[in-house]
Ligand binder design. Structure first.
Ligand code: PEP
Ligand code: MN
Length: 351
């Protein structure tokens, strides 16, 4: 339930409502929003007696929250969340491009790719140091050495870095290096990892599970927010279907549904959806047209030599072409929107 306060409610009246909520054993969460002061009631089991709060001074109305996810929902927070990492914004009004190799393989590899993608228009660099691989015999990532390389890429290019925390044990380490921490598709319902992600102040990139419904995905985001971290970026990366013309099936219909249900930013990863590079540019165009707030794309300067996901990694020239093609699509729908900073184009990052 949401307790909406009168515009003129005093801080004392707001404190009194918070105290009344907590005295019943519930959690009170003030909800940010430009237009109104509201306090969310969480951790109630079942129905709440509305009479408990309705008569309190300064209370304007009580709104029942119908969705199972609360903090994530637009019912709780009507205004879009825009997450900022250094100079980069992710959320409504922005088109944010994350690019880089599937895995960090060496300093030379990471730096070469980082310079290419930055020149083409990427604002954030991605690269896995700990890789979730289907086979235990496949390359598992460089571990901490990979994180150190990511830190050097950041120092060298100024681009913030995104990397995956595969489990609880490495989370502390990842937190010291990453600017955004990814939770991968296979971990979307790893609830202890989600709770740990809720205790960092770094933004979390939460990928949709291989076969997760939108409700399950938003509930996973709710775990992170409930544990205290409101900086969650959702990432649609394709779901498992009967199709075998692509690695997964990119569910672009998830974008408008999530944007209706939630205030959180949502981006699209066309690389893991497609599994093959010839589909990545068309899917990227479609993702931007449908209203995604950004893209995460795998790029490699020598994909045939990549230690993971080479088949879906774009060559640098193709990534440049991708950035060139998506910008006018974004501008058509968002004339005042901000894109990255593609070479030869206007800074895509307004205020
Ligand atoms: C990745 O981003 O490299 C990755 C492993 O993604 P996913 O969890 O979507 O498979
Ligand atoms: Mn990959």
């Amino acid at each position: 339930m949401l307790v909406v306060m009168d515009q003129k409610a005093t801080p004392e009246e707001i404190d009194a409502v918070v105290a009344a909520i907590e005295s019943k054993g519930f959690t009170a969460r003030p909800i940010p929003g430009g237009q109104r002061v509201a306090i969310g009631v969480l951790h109630n089991q079942g129905h709440i007696e509305t009479g408990l709060f309705l008569g309190l001074p300064g209370v304007k109305e009580l709104i029942p929250v119908t969705r199972p996810y609360k903090l994530v929902s637009r019912e709780f927070q009507p205004d879009d969340t825009v997450i900022r990492v250094d100079e980069v914004a992710i959320g409504n009004g922005h088109l944010t491009i994350i690019a880089g190799p599937c895995a960090v393989e060496s300093e030379q590899q990471a730096l070469t790719i980082a310079r290419h993608v930055q020149q083409a228009g990427a604002q954030l660099f991605r690269g896995g140091a700990f890789k979730p691989r289907t086979s235990p015999y496949s390359f598992q990532g460089l571990g901490e050495e990979g994180l150190k390389i990511l830190a050097r890429v950041r120092d060298d290019t100024g681009m913030p870095v995104v990397t995956e925390a595969m489990d609880h044990e490495v989370f502390d380490l990842i937190e010291t290096y990453a600017d955004i921490i990814q939770i991968g598709t296979r971990n979307m319902q790893n609830f202890s990892l989600l709770r740990r992600a809720g205790r960092t102040d770094k933004p979390i990139l939460l990928k949709r599970g291989l076969s997760a419904t939108i409700e399950e995905w938003l509930m996973a985001a709710e775990y992170i927010m409930d544990a205290g971290n409101s900086k969650v970026i959702l990432c649609e990366r394709g779901v498992r279907t009967f199709a075998h013309h692509s690695r997964n099936t990119l569910d672009l219909s998830a974008i408008p549904v999530v944007q209706k249900e939630s205030h959180l930013p949502i981006i699209v990863d066309p690389s893991h959806a497609a599994g093959r590079r010839d589909q990545v540019i068309p899917l990227s165009r479609a993702a931007v047209a449908v209203g995604a707030h950004g893209l995460m794309v795998e790029v490699h300067h020598q994909p045939e030599r990549a230690l993971s996901d080479g088949a879906q990694s774009l060559y640098p020239d193709q990534f440049r072409e991708l950035c060139r093609q998506i910008e006018p699509i974004f501008k058509t729908f968002r004339p005042n929107g901000v894109t990255s900073g593609a070479q030869g184009s206007q800074a895509l990052n307004p205020s």
